[in-house]
Design a protein around this ligand. Structure first.
Ligand code: IPE
Ligand code: IPE
Ligand code: MG
Ligand code: MG
Length: 358
């Protein structure tokens, strides 16, 4: 869902490394095959009103007497974002039979936590572009970004104490803690070329899948679903989130800066050994392997060159296949719910995570 309203100056579209070689992410077989896949707007249409109500709460929840808090939090929130995690909560709640309105608050809480992680993540990653505009750290500085991230975390918990049950509070507290663990684990892995797929997945599961899983589980809890259904929803979220991050990591090498609204090459510049690089390292020639190793261990790599190697080894397609396996598992879990338009959206959302270019 595009909620962008602000027209602040956009950093130059070619500031990063917008094109690598001649092919783009869209040209891979999986992408071409799904050129006609449902748009996110279509997928989310059954919960359009729920999303609008959630957005109202999000805007209202940013209020503070401290002006800079409002400035920075509005800056990032009004830049848009796909609102996927609140959508997962709203969809699972409806798919599990919820007919009330109380879940809007919890959906807003989920987006606050997501936004807080982005503010912190961009400081840690030294990223300069997010949602098509300068990151908050680039525009306002690291200290302000970290502190406003803290504000959003704590505001999320204030809202949850008012809106949620003890059960949802426990899920969110565990998820937030686990995300932090994931980010620290990732920090420990930086410049380490021995990272294998298992260690990569450990980070992904914590830093990204956890919040998707919590969103889906909370949706089921709100609906008063039994523990089996809660479990299936959580499973859906975990696999969806894992696929989502895998594709994010592929897009970091082979995406289009205008579509993803982020710089390409952030992961490599930072010495992050993500799945595309792990696979490329395995498949590359000896010469290309040493270029990758130098890039991971030393940093300061030539992104265009490494991205070409990543492509040449078929790593993008490999990541898509790995993500697809998770998407299939997510869909299996969603199919345990009773048929409805909401369940159809959950199924389509899993495909969107795989075929997305933004
Ligand atoms: C970005 O998430 C962080 C990752 C887990 C990759 P999104 O791609 O959902 O970010 P927005 O909210 O749409 O900007
Ligand atoms: C996701 O990882 C970070 C969080 C879960 C907060 P990335 O570092 O890849 O996310 P982007 O690419 O900056 O959005
Ligand atoms: Mg990042
Ligand atoms: Mg990324």
């Amino acid at each position: 869902m595009q909620t962008s309203t602000d027209q602040s100056p956009k950093p130059h579209a070619n500031a990063g490394h917008a094109s690598v070689g001649s092919a783009s992410f869209r040209d891979t077989p999986a992408q071409a095959h799904h050129a006609e896949a449902a748009s996110l707007l279509d997928i989310l249409s059954p919960i359009q009103e729920d999303l609008a109500a959630t957005d109202q709460i999000i805007r209202h929840g940013l209020s503070s007497d401290v002006a800079l808090i409002g400035t920075i939090s509005h800056y990032i929130i009004s830049a848009g974002g796909k609102r996927l995690r609140p959508a997962v909560l709203l969809l699972t709640a409806r798919a599990a039979g919820y007919t009330g309105q109380l879940h809007h608050n919890l959906a807003a809480v989920i987006e606050f936590i997501h936004t807080a992680t982005l503010l912190h993540d961009d400081v840690v990653d030294e990223s300069s572009l997010r949602r098509g505009r300068h990151t908050a750290n680039a525009a306002f500085g690291n200290a302000a970004s970290v502190l406003v991230g803290d504000f959003l975390y704590s505001r999320a918990f204030q809202m949850m104490v008012n809106a949620g049950s003890g059960e949802t509070l426990a899920v969110m507290a565990d998820a937030t803690n686990r995300i932090a663990e994931g980010e620290v684990l990732q920090l420990m892995n930086i410049h380490d070329s021995s990272i294998d797929e298992a260690r990569y997945e450990q980070v992904v599961e914590r830093k990204t899948a956890t919040l998707f899983s919590a969103a889906a589980r909370i949706g089921a809890i709100v609906a008063g679903a039994n523990s089996d259904t809660q479990q299936q929803c959580a499973r859906y979220g975990t696999h969806l989130g894992t696929a989502f991050q895998m594709i994010d990591d592929a897009l970091d090498y082979a995406g289009n800066i205008d579509d993803i609204g982020k710089q390409l090459g952030d992961d490599l510049r930072e010495g992050k050994c993500t799945l595309p690089l792990i696979h490329a390292l395995e498949k590359a020639s000896a010469e290309d392997q040493s270029a990758i190793l130098r890039a991971i261990e030393g940093g300061g790599a030539d992104f265009i060159h490494i991205a070409q190697i990543v492509r040449k080894t078929g790593a993008i397609e490999y990541v898509q296949r790995r993500a697809q396996a998770h998407v299939e598992k997510a869909r299996e879990a969603a199919l345990q719910l009773a048929p409805s338009a909401y369940r159809t959206s959950l199924l389509s959302l899993a495909l969107f995570a795989l075929h997305r270019d933004r």
